[in-house]
Design a binder for this molecule. Structure first.
Ligand SMILES: [Zn+2]
Length: 666
């Protein structure tokens, strides 16, 4: 049902054909000079002096990162495994933790020192992010909260390690270099006070208790890679993170009346769940319908918790994840269902889709028409698994609490409470992030577009399938036009902490998503695009692609030179302005001049309307703009009388001036 729906949807979109190989519409034997009319036609200043069709200036390919956009035979990446014991004091909202970290140096280099990321330090009153980023962080800190890590001890083999803290980073002096192939184990004790709702985490009082959401909550080793060495970039607030994959064992001690959800599999259910809850979870995994695990009317009942006194420790394990997050509350209602995932080898398995939310989250409840949060999780897991890559983990949890929307491996935080569309949109988006960047682990701190934009793009189709409609790109076009029409527009490919706050969402989410949508629908066509996008995803699953790897993988797998496209959309702040003028019309056809004055180039979609209300569509490849910004072409009219010529008749381009998109034929 789902795949049928998706196939039908793909076939119903506006432009299925591969437009850049489309037939040039210039007829032979036409009068006048056709084609590139005026080579000296004004070419707007672009991002640089190069022709937009020139090859990109990418880092040279090597045996780590191949020219095909695949990881090469010498590719390596670091691994970092964590064992964390932590205890939450729900009264003081303080978390105490001890962790043991095993760092695997898979690089061919000896490491003389180590950088550790201390993201909680963003929430200090004097952090660089607080002082430089203004409202986004300051708004909550203005109320007086002063957070950050208290580090008690940092040890290796029983000896204290020297370290220096610089804002959200710490440089650790190693007793001896970590040689290639060696592992280095260290232990670290730390604590911090839970902020009020700050970026990506926090606590919230609801009617039946307090909801705690813990994210970016443990010091972690920065990513050392072949491109930048140590990726020791400060956490300023917008750039999320770029982390090592690793295996986690996390033991979380909370008050007995709390329910906990986390990245990973719960390994001691008999200690922390009732027999009834364990049975219900087993049934839910096998069920397509949402089943209740903890009913609204039983929230707070002692019988919903195992017998005994004192706190309980919930134990979780997760393999090959890029970080770990968790949530805990005594106010959670809990329901779940199972999703079907088919692995690359053809075997099928079930994924538990569970939702934990307070009674205030009205749109999350399961209901008879098959909606509610857990059904959205199931939809998203199955849709993206079928389309892109099988969801690799056994569980996905959706938590309703203070955070409006944030993604972590196997767990997402979504704040929307009363709007069905809001709950669906945020849940689908955050679950989608489990492909980009939880699976395809790109550098979020430098290239936000490579996860937010890709995810927003796949969300177009997932949402359309859920609502049984066409992808809705109108908002993306509108927002892209806002930035294109601004004198203060910015490029996408700079770190998000250098984007104006007004443009962060527009550039990284909407403009990038619109770019990929148009690449799929207007340039390559769905089949050719999907094969390439899946190739990129499969090649870089559980690895760290750079932007150049993405460009190369797409071009290699699609068999296309797309330098002009990446420059148009991602690597410059060029704008799109196509126009059409009628030069002449006679019994043979209509001759039009096409203009391209914004610097960005795209294929041209022309529609001629005749006096009998029929139309004829003609597509010109982007290559018409290779040497000119003014292209003349003749469209055969087949004996009919043309009355109007229009470009971009479906309105899918963010054209900054649509006044010249339609021309009457006199
Ligand atoms: Zn996102």
């Amino acid at each position: 049902m789902r795949m049928v729906m998706f196939a039908a949807l793909a076939a119903s979109v506006v432009c299925v054909g591969a437009c850049s190989s489309g037939k040039r519409a210039s007829d032979s034997g036409a009068s006048g000079r056709l084609g590139a009319v005026d080579q000296s036609f004004r070419r707007p200043a672009g991002d640089d002096a190069t022709n937009i069709f020139d090859p990109l200036d990418l880092p040279p390919a090597n045996e780590l990162r191949l020219g095909s956009g695949a990881p090469g035979p010498d590719y390596w990446q670091q691994q970092c495994d964590y064992i964390i014991d932590c205890a939450l004091d729900a009264e003081t909202k303080r978390l105490d933790a001890q962790m043991r970290v095993t760092y695997h140096n898979n690089s061919p280099h000896a490491l003389d020192y180590m950088w550790i990321q201390l993201e909680q330090n963003l929430f200090r009153q004097d952090s660089t992010g607080t002082l430089s980023r203004g409202r986004g962080v300051m708004r909550e800190l203005a109320k007086g909260f002063d957070g950050g890590y208290d580090i008690g001890s940092l040890r290796h083999a029983g000896s204290e390690l020297e370290y220096s803290v610089y804002d959200t980073l710490a440089r650790v002096e190693l007793p001896a270099p970590i040689e290639p192939g060696e592992t280095f184990v260290f232990e670290l004790d730390y604590a911090f006070d839970m902020p009020p709702h700050l970026r990506r985490m926090g606590s919230e009082e609801v009617d039946q208790g307090t909801i705690f959401e813990y994210a970016q909550w443990f010091p972690h080793v920065c990513n050392y890679d072949d491109v930048n060495g140590w990726n020791a970039l400060p956490y300023l607030g917008s750039g999320e993170f770029y982390t090592n994959f690793g295996d986690y064992q996390v033991n979380i001690t909370v008050p007995r009346d709390h329910i906990v959800a986390a990245t990973g599999t719960l390994t001691n259910p008999s200690d922390v769940l009732t027999g009834e809850q364990r049975d219900r979870l087993a049934s839910a995994l096998d069920s397509g319908e949402t089943l209740v695990i903890l009913e609204p009317e039983r929230v707070g009942e002692p019988a919903t918790r195992p017998d005994g006194d004192g706190p309980l420790t919930w134990r979780f394990e997760a393999d090959s994840v890029r970080t770990f997050a968790w949530a805990s509350s005594e106010a959670f209602i809990w329901d779940a269902c199972g999703a079907d995932v088919t692995d690359l080898d053809g075997t099928t398995r079930r994924v538990l889709c569970q939702s934990l939310y307070p009674k205030e989250a009205e749109s999350w409840y399961w209901n008879d028409d098959g909606r509610g949060s857990s059904q959205v999780i199931k939809h998203s897991i199955e849709f993206y698994s079928d389309w892109l890559y099988p969801y690799p983990y056994p569980i996905m949890s959706n938590i309703n609490g203070p955070e409006g929307g944030m993604e972590y491996p196997m767990i997402v935080f979504c704040g929307s409470r009363t709007s069905d569309r809001g709950m669906m949109g945020v849940t689908d988006h955050e679950v989608g992030h489990n492909w980009y960047p939880m699976l395809v682990n790109s550098d979020e701190r430098r290239y936000m577009w490579q996860d937010e934009g890709f995810n927003s793009f796949i969300n177009f189709y997932s949402k359309a399938a859920w609502y049984e409609t066409d992808p809705d790109i109108d908002n993306a076009i509108r927002r892209t036009l806002q930035v294109m029409n601004s004198d203060r527009r910015q490029r996408i490919d700079v770190p998000p902490d250098r984007h104006w706050s007004r443009w962060i969402g527009t550039l990284n989410y909407r403009k990038t998503a619109l770019a990929l949508y148009l690449l799929r629908e207007e340039v390559l066509g769905p089949d050719r695009f999907d094969a390439a996008f899946k190739t990129y995803t499969e090649r870089w699953a559980f690895k760290h692609p750079q932007p150049g790897d993405f460009f190369r993988a797409m071009e290699d797998a699609a068999g296309a030179d797309l330098a002009w496209f990446w420059r148009s959309w991602l690597l410059s702040d060029r704008v799109l302005d196509q126009g059409v003028r009628v030069v002449s019309a006679d019994e043979d056809g209509v001759v039009v001049d096409l203009t391209n004055t914004g610097g960005m180039v795209m294929p041209v979609h022309l529609r001629v309307t005749f006096d009998d209300d029929t139309t004829k569509d003609v597509r010109l490849p982007v290559e018409v703009w290779a040497t000119t910004d003014l292209w003349r072409t003749r469209i055969a009219t087949d004996g009919k009388k043309p009355v109007q010529v229009q470009i971009d008749p479906e309105g899918v381009y963010p054209d900054v001036n649509i006044d010249d998109n339609t021309a009457p034929v006199k």
